[in-house]
Design a protein. Structure first.
Length: 296
């Protein structure tokens, strides 16, 4: 509607240059453009801030939220979950509501919001160990971190995430390590370990590639440091022996007598059981929490 009005005005303004100057017409067009843009932004902002109040007690609202999520009506579910969290912050379903909010943001690709919801959830507890649904929330935080690392074009063209900045991946690996350490009996344990191995390989690959890059462009000290990251943190990865060779070349260029250390590290790596290289990211049949699945 606003765009149509703008186009009509532009046509009229530019056709009236016989009666008015061309610059006056442009000024009018810019003025109307600014007004239309301001109105449009205000309309969008007011729409986003609107929360529809739904009548009912806590049980009624919670049942509706579950139903909406099961029918993939995620926008409707967001409204209900928001009302529940505001109206019943200490209600009987407060933990489930927080879990569902993190899950709903994740499936809607709102990864930053999902991570923020998980961070807020753990603030209510002195430790991340023994928290209700703690293993699930750590998993969702890790998955959101991994997904946030991949941009639109990377997903579109299935580009290698090892070529990205790996900060988000490192955050996700910390979540998975916490899950494995604090929840050894978690139903997500095996999946978390597979996921950890996959992304650990990506971190190792990224550091190895960077080390090779530095070595190629005459920065052996930086190459040494990057290769060492792989050896220290991912000694059981496919990239550890490759990183050792890069590190050794870097020491040679630096003029260091490293032959003895090189042989010792190589011998230790031979004793480490190398994990098979994980080439495909593992997935779960569903990322919905148990109580959402059981409610069907």
């Amino acid at each position: 509607m606003y765009q149509v009005c703008l186009i009509i005005f532009a046509a009229r303004a530019l056709s009236s240059t016989n009666r008015n100057s061309y610059h006056m017409a442009l000024k009018k067009l810019k003025l109307v453009s600014s007004i239309v843009l301001a109105v449009a932004l205000a309309a969008c902002a007011s729409k986003e801030q609107t929360v529809n109040y739904i009548t009912g007690n806590e049980q009624t609202l919670y049942t509706k939220a579950i139903s909406d999520l099961q029918r993939n009506k995620n926008s409707d579910a967001e409204q209900v979950l928001t009302q529940l969290s505001l109206q019943y912050p200490f209600g009987q379903y407060r933990n489930q509501v927080n879990v569902l909010q993190a899950y709903n943001d994740f499936v809607r690709s709102n990864y930053d919001l999902s991570m923020a919801q998980v961070d807020k959830y753990f603030q209510s507890y002195p430790s991340k160990a023994g928290v209700p649904y703690g293993d699930y929330m750590l998993l969702i935080h890790a998955l959101s971190s991994f997904e946030a690392n991949r941009g639109f074009f990377q997903k579109l063209f299935n580009m290698n995430i090892a070529d990205n900045d790996t900060t988000d991946i490192e955050t996700g690996l910390t979540d998975l390590r916490t899950l494995l350490d604090y929840y050894p009996n978690s139903q997500y344990k095996d999946f978390a370990q597979e996921l950890f191995n996959y992304y650990a390989d990506k971190i190792a690959e990224a550091n190895y590639k960077i080390a090779e890059f530095y070595l190629k462009y005459n920065n052996p000290l930086a190459a040494y440091k990057r290769a060492n990251v792989v050896l220290v943190n991912f000694a059981d990865s496919h990239y550890a022996p490759l990183a050792l060779e890069t590190l050794y070349k870097a020491t040679q260029e630096l003029g260091l007598g490293y032959q003895q250390e090189y042989e010792a590290i190589k011998a230790r790596l031979a004793e480490v059981q190398t994990r098979p290289l994980v080439t495909k990211v593992p997935t779960l049949p569903t990322y919905a929490p148990d109580f959402l699945q059981q409610a069907k």
